[in-house]
Write a protein that binds this ligand. Structure first.
Ligand code: BG6
Length: 341
């Protein structure tokens, strides 16, 4: 959909909501380059911003107005380039593992505000959310011939947590299943990459993208960074922490994939930092910005998700921030995997 088309739809939905006398819990304004931007604001002053371009969260702030996500100063807010930072959605293909452009096309398409989102099996009492929708255009169907509806609910929790719930449905009339891979490609803002540690992935196996996807076992008691890292951790626990000593804060990432649709999906965790050489090679990324970001991505990759017509997959990622001392050493992945933490 064109930017103008998306804007018309946004206005139509806002008008519908005001005629029903229900003021939506979000605001739509113009962001960079006139792109539509949705804002959510919590009672304590926390906030979230989402661009309809990419259905992409680009800002998540705590009650002090501090930004928790990283967006590059060189990010291009203009199609067809995906926005560098925030939480891009990789769909229907992760990375270059298939015929589509890297990380699929959902991150550089115009999403709309969902005019009639189907209810969730367990309704939430929290009303600070927005529902977005992506459906394939004629052009998309030529490069990926499958009808789908991708619904994204972005929720700002009462204590400032950020919850993303994705629901992907096969709406094909041809009776054929389709398969896809997926990731919440979250860019976290950190004080200094050399000062942080990631806990919850130690002792686990990973595929190293920098070494032809060879399989290794994590040996350290946490992941620390001294050079480029690009790894897919396999069979990872539902809870992972990024400890930032300088900022005295810890990000906690929780993820799960769809027990209610009867199909368990094993989430992987992709850990990526481009370091200096790759940073210089990326036109939409500052030369030294790699120091202030880390990507820890909740991903359904390596093993694709398959949906028959009418079937739906649901996958969630919940982000919260706690004081630094909270998690250190408490996330034994083997215990977390067995559900004891
Ligand atoms: C990560 C991949 O998920 O995304 C990396 O593991 C890749 O290999 C990175 O470089 C950024 O991808 P892109 O397409 O946004 O430049």
């Amino acid at each position: 959909m064109s930017s103008a088309g998306a804007a018309a739809t946004v206005e139509a939905i806002a008008a519908k909501e005001s005629s029903q006398n229900a003021s939506p819990p979000y605001q739509v304004t113009k962001g960079i380059n006139g792109l539509d931007k949705v804002s959510l604001r919590g009672a304590r002053g926390n906030s979230v911003e989402i661009y309809l371009y990419g259905g992409q969260v680009t800002s998540w702030k705590n009650e002090h107005g501090e930004e928790l996500l990283f967006v590059s100063n060189k990010a291009v807010f203009k199609p067809p380039k995906a926005i560098r930072g925030g939480i891009p959605l990789c769909f229907p293909q992760f990375a270059n593992n298939g015929p589509l452009e890297g990380h699929g096309f959902a991150r550089n398409r115009f999403w709309i505000i969902d005019p009639s989102p189907p209810p969730f099996a367990t309704p939430s009492t929290n009303k600070t959310y927005v529902d977005l929708l992506l459906k394939p255009t004629e052009v998309d169907l030529k490069i990926w011939p499958h009808s789908f509806e991708f619904r994204l609910r972005v929720t700002l929790g009462p204590s400032g947590d950020l919850l993303l719930t994705s629901r992907v449905r096969n709406t094909s009339a041809d009776g054929k299943p389709f398969s896809f891979t997926f990731a919440y490609h979250t860019y976290f803002s950190v004080s200094d990459i050399s000062e942080i540690r990631i806990e919850g992935l130690e002792t686990l196996d990973y595929l190293d993208n920098l070494q032809n996807k060879q399989r290794f076992t994590e040996q350290g008691d946490a992941i620390t960074f001294e050079s480029e890292i690009d790894r897919v951790y396999l069979t990872t626990p539902t809870k992972i922490a990024i400890l930032d000593h300088e900022k005295k804060r810890t990000f906690v990432i929780r993820k799960d994939g769809l027990p209610d649709a009867g199909k368990m999906v094993v989430y992987r965790s992709v850990v990526w930092n481009p370091w200096d050489k790759k940073a210089k090679a990326m036109a939409d990324f500052g030369d030294s910005e790699y120091r202030h970001m880390v990507c820890v991505e909740s991903a359904a990759v390596e093993k694709a998700i398959t949906l028959k017509p009418g079937e739906e997959w649901k996958g969630r990622q919940e982000l919260s921030v706690v004081p630094s001392s909270y998690c250190s050493g408490q996330l034994d992945p083997q215990r977390v995997l067995k559900g004891r933490v």
